[in-house]
Design a binder for this molecule. Structure first.
Ligand SMILES: Cc1cc2nc3c(=O)[nH]c(=O)nc-3n(C[C@H](O)[C@H](O)[C@H](O)COP(=O)(O)OP(=O)(O)OC[C@H]3O[C@@H](n4cnc5c(N)ncnc54)[C@H](O)[C@@H]3O)c2cc1C
Ligand code: SF4
Length: 649
């Protein structure tokens, strides 16, 4: 027994791994990480070059048998409806499921690692809104209680811990960044950009010739050996597959650092189903431990002095509802909040956000090697809205999102896609032609999503999982703002696709044969619901209203006071002394950038606040966050002294 207090971290994804790392390095806690999924790594916590895994680019296993890494939508369903008028639910199955495994969803992601910009944390006030009168009608649009200047060093240290490649580099005393759309940086990327892929370059060139500015996309993939892990070999199966050689940055790596301290225990197949809590002598509540089910369904209790939920916005909401901490919205009156003594904001589970992904493709006249590379090596940020600094802001420019240029299509997907239409000799011909693996250029806009009280997570009244626990239910519909923004940018996306190659480009013989927007959200852009027809299908499909962006935000909005969000600016549930949330749930808005790097930065921020004894107030002044920020920087310098981030902070 060390005598140190025990911290339980629920979930070992990017958010949980980073919180565990900070708490373990601080030496203030013994940490127990409870992870529902299995561990595909061996040797975590030992010498890095000896960590191995059993991940593979097994397309058949991953795509057709769901893969052991994904929750089975039949055994662990989620339910969906666009609004309460649709009944209890209109869809049962895969609703924004992320892998459930050590390392979390980031094991199988394709690792675009973007910072949000300065303007993204303060857009509501830049557009003339106030905390009680959002700038965009029908939303709960709000400024974040923490700003870019607070998070900048936490972004920087996360980039070094995870290992991010990107184009910003040091020149003398300055950091030079070829991407004009990004905010200032105190440090360069720890690694330069890796090998480009041709379908990304074609799109970047097209965008540049139309007057936009494309750049290499920051990515959590090693472009050279980094911290004991090898460089990427550009295998072509990054998107949706774990990296067999450990070149990809996921939640497993901060967890690996945490385990190396000897102060962390990782328990896998531990499905947390309850948070034990009681009222403390100071009138606030205390989490005293958690209940979890092991792989055989046996129940265990783990006592704790501190509990951090890092199990994603949807599952954390489900857990607080199952534990009787929060109360579900009254579906007959969604504008009425439902506060309780343990959740005084009454907002927990609300303001659920996903990005409105718009996907465009062009079929090219020749092989452009789409089945090569890291999935996307270039980005174009011109459609994310005016910025990056407050003085460059223009409220009349619609806030869309970044364009990810390029994408991978693997041979098994190529065979599955046309299976309903062509088979036998025709399918063989299709495979030889390889429209997906050889000839597709694609781009994806991660459109900003509006926070709304009517988009929320609660428990389905009739559907349970294999353990008998009520399934989480998602009630979600797009707001007119993001639909109008999509309609504004879609023609510009098509223009970029149509302008690929040709005379004046470095690839004059390449040209598009056809270009179109084909994405799961097209029906959502058009009026009407197709859920009824899709109900028997257990995954989010094209022509369904079920969003499939895998970027999950909100439900646990951080705020300066309990009137405006369920957690404080350091992730603490207001009514509790020792119950925290960390991850995308904290986001007040959903800027159109990939989300995970901001989750890592915020998780370091939350962990540093706990380790440094910062926070704990009943409400905060915006200006007081600056003083707290200084205290958190001291924690960063103490825990990660050998980083560029610590030296420049
Ligand atoms: C195909 C794909 C591509 C993506 N590409 C990108 C990208 O390029 N860039 C980007 O930024 N993001 C990307 N994402 C999103 C990214 O994966 C998520 O943002 C990220 O994984 C969220 O991290 P998290 O730690 O908050 O949650 P998660 O990764 O979901 O981790 C939560 C963990 O908690 C565990 N858990 C859940 N409930 C319980 C419970 N009750 N008890 C115990 N454990 C529990 C889960 O098993 C899981 O391991 C992508 C996702 C997918 C699926
Ligand atoms: S592209 Fe690189 S990082 Fe991605 S899975 Fe392949 S080797 Fe790993």
């Amino acid at each position: 027994m060390s005598g140190r207090p025990k911290a339980v971290v629920v979930g070992s994804g990017p958010s949980g791994g980073m919180v565990a790392r900070v708490l373990a390095l601080s030496a203030e806690y013994d940490v127990i990480v409870l992870e529902k999924g299995r561990n595909f790594f061996s040797g975590l916590g030992g010498p890095t070059d000896q960590v191995t895994n059993t991940l593979s680019s097994d397309e058949i296993g991953y795509i057709t048998r769901t893969g052991a890494i994904m929750p089975d939508p039949l055994a662990e369903p989620r339910t969906f409806r666009t609004d309460p008028s649709a009944g209890d639910h209109s869809f049962v199955g895969n609703v924004q499921n992320l892998p459930t495994t050590v390392g979390g969803g980031a094991v199988h992601y394709d690792a675009k690692a973007r910072r949000f910009r300065e303007v993204d944390f303060m857009t509501n006030s830049l557009m003339g809104g106030t905390p009680d009168k959002p700038a965009i009608q029908g939303t709960t649009y709000a400024d974040w209680p923490v700003q870019y200047r607070h998070l900048e060093s936490f972004y920087a240290v996360s980039e070094e811990i995870i290992g991010i490649q990107g184009p910003a580099r040091r020149s003398g005393q300055k950091v030079v960044n070829p991407n004009p759309h990004e905010s200032y940086r105190s440090t360069p990327f720890p690694m330069p950009p890796g090998t480009d892929q041709i379908n990304s370059l074609l799109l970047a060139d097209s965008g540049n010739r139309l007057g936009y500015t494309a750049a290499a996309v920051p990515t959590a993939v090693n472009s050279r050996p980094y911290r004991g892990r090898p460089a990427c070999n550009t295998c072509g199966q990054c998107l949706s597959y774990g990296c067999p050689i450990n070149a990809k940055g996921s939640g497993a790596w901060p967890l690996h650092d945490a385990l190396a301290t000897g102060r962390v225990t990782l328990v896998t197949e531990a499905n947390v189903v309850g948070i034990e809590h009681r009222k403390g002598t100071n009138g606030r509540y205390r989490a005293t431990g958690v209940t979890y089910l092991d792989g055989d369904g046996n129940s265990h209790t783990q006592a704790a002095d501190l509990v951090v939920l890092a199990n994603s916005p949807i599952e954390a909401t489900r857990l607080t509802l199952l534990s009787g901490i929060a109360k579900a919205p009254n579906q007959a009156s969604l504008s009425t909040l439902t506060p309780t003594v343990t959740e005084p904001s009454g907002l927990l589970g609300r303001n659920l956000m996903f990005h409105l992904q718009i996907i465009g493709i062009a079929v090219m006249n020749q092989d452009i090697h789409s089945f090569r590379g890291r999935a996307s090596t270039q980005c174009l940020d011109s459609f994310a809205g005016a910025g990056p600094s407050a003085k460059q802001f223009n409220p009349d420019v619609p806030r869309g999102g970044i364009l990810e240029l390029g994408g991978n299509y693997d041979p098994v997907n190529e065979a599955i896609a046309p299976a309903a239409l062509v088979y036998g000799a025709d399918q063989k011909q299709w495979m030889e032609l390889g429209p997906l693996t050889k000839r597709i250029a694609s781009l994806t806009m991660q459109g900003e999503d509006m926070p709304q009280l009517s988009n929320y997570v609660d428990l389905d009244p009739g559907v349970v999982d294999i353990f008998g626990q009520p399934a989480p239910r998602v009630t979600y519909k797009n707001h007119d703002y993001e639909l109008a923004t999509a309609a504004y940018y879609i023609p510009k996306m098509v223009e970029i696709l149509q302008n690929i190659g040709g005379p004046g480009s470095p690839w004059p013989t390449v040209r598009p044969v056809a270009a179109a927007i084909i994405n799961t959200n097209v029906p959502a852009v058009a009026p009407g619901s197709l859920d009824g027809g899709a109900a028997p299908i257990t995954s989010a499909t094209p022509f369904s209203d079920v969003p499939a962006s895998a970027h999950i935000m909100g439900t646990h909005r951080m705020a300066l006071d309990p009137e405006h969000g369920p957690t404080d600016p350091f992730g603490r549930y207001w009514a509790f002394d020792n119950l925290y949330y960390s991850g995308g749930g904290l986001f007040a808005t959903a800027p159109g950038y990939n989300v995970t790097l901001t989750m890592w930065a915020l998780s370091y921020w939350v962990g540093a606040a706990i380790a440094g004894g910062v926070g704990g107030k009943g409400s905060y002044q915006a200006s007081a966050i600056d003083a707290d920020h200084a205290a958190l920087l001291k924690v960063l310098k103490r825990l990660d002294p050998d980083t560029m981030a610590a030296r420049t902070a």
